[in-house]
Design a protein around this ligand. Structure first.
Ligand SMILES: [Zn+2]
Length: 351
């Protein structure tokens, strides 16, 4: 596409995204009778946890840069108010308060229900985001149908492949949501596996995300995310805080053992002194729902910033496909906190 057409194309995309900032409720018991109140639910607890890394009520985030500034797929540093940071309008106020009370009002003790809820909330956000993406692409396709002068081979392919990928991704996420909904209904929290990496101090980064592991940390293929013929296994990844110290928590339902166990086992085989660096890289690689202390980011060297910004581009349609060793240590020195303890549930992954 020529520059003018490309600009118009992205303008349409931005417009359609804005249209679909719609609210809904993804609680398993959502209904007209039970839902109450619009919400912009925080995926990371505002009080205490977000506030601990904020400066004057703001946290740092890498947000998509405008195409005019830097081309597609680029990110820029921005300050975001903690009332807005990590929120999504995908669960009503009443259900948000009720569902997440055990993890909002009590310190994290790694009780089964708490670990489940942290992952569940990250999953609900992914479901909301993907639902929005499906609607956006449908609208964009309809827009291009009405404006055939904007159509060419590239935009047709882009819309079609994005539609297929998003629809399949959404179906996969809803498959996992059904499993998590059932766990919640029946209190089956023992079906959740996790490994928690406890830091020796506070971390400047917080994150709540869910993704399908593609390769393990040694570069072995786990699942092909481009294969639309089967349901991808899913892992949730949160960087949280417990008693003022950071914790990186990888959790999944036992139905995703096949890919998640080798993924996590390969991480546990990496050198202990570099684990916190690997965990940071993975957060930037696999999460857009990631915030950090502004002072930490501003003090990073240019090379460390570039390495983390490059991670944010990983997996985007505008980037190259991920290569087997994409999770390999890139040598960044952005994080000084070390891993002091590792908890697993079950204690061994010999499942
Ligand atoms: Zn509701």
């Amino acid at each position: 596409m020529g520059n003018e057409r490309l600009e118009h194309f992205y303008k349409c995309l931005r417009k359609s995204r804005a249209l679909f900032q719609s609210t809904c409720c993804l609680h398993p018991d959502a209904s007209r009778a039970t839902c109450n109140g619009r919400s912009r639910a925080h995926t990371i607890q505002r009080s205490a946890i977000l506030e601990a890394i904020a400066r004057h009520g703001h946290v740092g985030q890498l947000v998509p840069a405008t195409e005019r500034e830097s081309g597609p797929g680029a990110y820029r540093y921005a300050l975001v108010g903690i009332n807005e940071a990590t929120t999504f309008p995908g669960i009503c106020n009443r259900h948000d308060s009720e569902l997440f009370r055990p993890v909002e009002t009590k310190p994290l003790t790694f009780a089964g229900e708490q670990v489940f809820l942290l992952g569940y909330r990250a999953l609900l956000r992914e479901c909301y985001t993907k639902r929005q993406a499906v609607q956006t692409v449908a609208l964009l396709g309809a827009y291009l149908d009405r404006h055939p002068e904007l159509k060419d081979e590239l935009s047709d392919d882009y819309v079609e492949w994005t539609r297929l990928g998003n629809e399949h991704g959404y179906e996969d996420l809803m498959h996992h949501k059904t499993i998590y909904d059932d766990c919640w209904r029946h209190g089956n929290f023992e079906e959740i596996r996790f490994v928690a990496f406890l830091y020796d101090r506070a971390t400047p980064i917080l994150n709540a995300s869910a993704f399908g592991p593609e390769y393990d940390f040694d570069g072995n293929s786990l699942q092909n995310l481009g294969d639309l013929t089967f349901v991808q296994d899913l892992i949730t990844y949160c960087i949280w805080s417990v008693n003022g110290r950071g914790v990186a928590l990888l959790a999944w339902h036992e139905s995703s053992d096949k890919k998640c166990v080798p993924f996590v086992e390969s991480l546990l085989r990496q050198p202990r002194q570099r684990l916190s660096a690997w965990l940071t890289s993975m957060a930037f690689e696999h999460s857009e729902n990631l915030v950090f202390a502004p002072g930490w980011w501003e003090a990073l060297s240019r090379s460390n910033r570039l390495l983390l910004e490059n991670r944010m581009r990983g997996g985007l349609p505008s980037s190259e496909l991920r290569r087997p060793h994409y999770l390999r240590d890139d040598g960044h020195t952005a994080i000084s906190a070390k891993i002091s303890r590792i908890l697993r549930q079950p204690a061994s992954f010999q499942l």
